[in-house]
Design a protein around this ligand. Structure first.
Ligand SMILES: C[S@@+](CC[C@H](N)C(=O)[O-])C[C@H]1O[C@@H](n2cnc3c(N)ncnc32)[C@H](O)[C@@H]1O
Length: 209
């Protein structure tokens, strides 16, 4: 585990604000899709965010009425997340490959960390055991074949998969109208598929039919 966390040790303080040029636009859009893609989440539902980093996402899920449980394997990230959230949410130190919550959760999320799965199919199966409604994660289609990931999801019992191109840029803060136009383009099939050949990722919501 040390190998995968070493590079995050010094990056924890101010992670979200440093990683996302427009943290609120980027993480707010991610939060909207966590709620709406696949089976809808409702206020009071718990989201388990594996590899949560400094839990910047929580600032956008909590105002939507969701409860947040964050888990990360890097101690300084856990400390930064706890400092951000205080008693608004629980944050635990843990490896996403072994972690299981004490109670089932409505949704489990994994963002920018699916590559830390030791065995992706096994991870999906473990998540399916404690996740009642859906698993939401991002996937770079230039790095992973969607078909392979879908097969692993199905083996874990997630036989339905909704995909949404996710066009919020990480490194550039766009003027509001341009950001809105880009988000609208997520729904334009041929345009979105062309963009995904060179940039951006899918947001994936996996669930049981
Ligand atoms: C690229 S960051 C993503 C953080 C956050 N999810 C986000 O989207 O901003 C990857 C995170 O994965 C965590 N990490 C790496 N290996 C892990 C593991 N085996 N289990 C849990 N967290 C891990 C790192 O500490 C880091 O916080």
């Amino acid at each position: 585990m040390k190998d995968t966390t070493a590079k995050y040790m010094d990056a924890a303080a101010g992670w979200s604000e440093g990683q996302y040029a427009d943290p609120s636009g980027y993480l707010g859009h991610r939060a909207d899709l966590i709620v709406s893609l696949g089976p809808r989440l409702e206020p009071g539902d718990t989201v388990l965010d594996l590899a949560c980093g400094d839990a910047g996402l929580a600032d956008h899920l909590l105002p939507r009425g969701l409860l947040y449980l964050g888990v990360d394997a890097t101690e300084p990230m856990v400390a930064a997340a706890r400092a951000r959230l205080g008693d608004r949410a629980r944050i635990e130190l843990g490896d996403l490959n072994d972690y299981a919550p004490t109670e089932p959760v409505a949704a489990t999320t994994i963002f920018r960390a699916i590559y830390y799965a030791r065995d992706r199919r096994e991870l999906f199966s473990r998540i399916a055991d404690f996740t009642e409604r859906k698993l939401v994660f991002d996937l770079n289609p230039r790095q992973y074949r969607l078909e392979d990931v879908a097969v692993d999801l199905e083996a874990a019992g997630f036989d339905a998969l909704d995909l949404r191109p996710f066009f919020a840029p990480q490194n550039v803060a766009l003027p509001r109208p341009l950001g809105a136009a880009l988000r609208a383009a997520e729904r334009v099939g041929p345009l979105a598929r062309a963009a995904l050949r060179v940039r951006f990722s899918y947001l994936c919501a996996a669930y049981r039919n």
